[in-house]
Ligand binder design. Sequence first.
Ligand code: SF4
Ligand code: SF4
Length: 335
Amino acid sequence: MADTFKLTHENLDSLFAALRKDGRRILAPVDGDGRTELNEVEKPSQVAKGYIQTIMSAKDVVFPKVERLLSYTTAPGTVELHDAEPKALPTVLFGVRPCEAKAFGALDAVFNWDYRDKFFNARLEKMAVIGVSCLKADDACFCTSLGGGPADTAGSDILLTPIESGYLAEVLTVKGKAIQALAPNLFTPGNGVDKAAIAAKLEQAFDQPALTAKLPGMFENELWEDQALRCIGCGACAYVCPTCVCFDIQEEADPKQGQRLRCWDSCGFSMFTLHASGHNPRETQSARWRQRIYHKFSTYPERYQMLGCVGCGKCTRACPVDMNLREHLVEAANV
Ligand code: SF4
Ligand code: SF4
């Protein structure tokens, strides 16, 4: 059960100052160059207003686009290995939407599945999320079809819901309480606000458990081919997605030194599953599109008892050929 408070606009200003005094950087959605993206801010007045979502997700805070895993130097007869240590900065993510806050759980499931990834975990440990509820949604959003919602608390350490005088503040976790403890007087009693009445209204578009149950029997369905006809395999959907975790290991080396890098990749790329033999088990774009759907809505529930999608709609907004994931899932659910 969350502790519920009110946080006025002035007090949020003071909270930002307290967080910075505590040595934390604050990343928040900022408007610039015609788009809204996460950037470092000093005060709430720098935070974008009226945005639905940033285009890119916040996942690179814990899973950077490129990460050095190790480096080495060579001399005749020897190789000296240097372990890389993650640069984990104390970070507060402010203003991410509830769907994106929830997405860190899907990343956590992968990076702590059969191996504890020290890079991911070091960053996650130093990160806290102050989510902000959505007051509006667009036709790419479908969080309510996946068990989430515009004011869902999952994944946030503190969830703020805008109200007239500032915010309703739900302090949800140990990390949230630690933030509150930096300036407890800023949080005043806040019971009696009906946040459901304030948050965006978004109808459930399809029955996800029923879709997940029927996917194993739909593998050969022609639907995947029809849906994938206009997909150009650019990978934009995976790069903006807060839950996509595909990566590739690249080795950069010269005769004297080298480094091993973990780089974002996408199962939508034609070479993602290309074997050295030349065989490609996912040879067509439709096989790759089907993989994307199955991984998020069938493999994830089976392996991690959760979904690999939070219904944020970032993939739909970023797709250059207007593939709308919500519409495609509705279509699949109705087969
Ligand atoms: S962004 Fe669109 S075109 Fe590009 S790979 Fe994803 S679905 Fe295909
Ligand atoms: S697949 Fe699309 S809707 Fe689902 S989490 Fe990724 S970007 Fe969001």
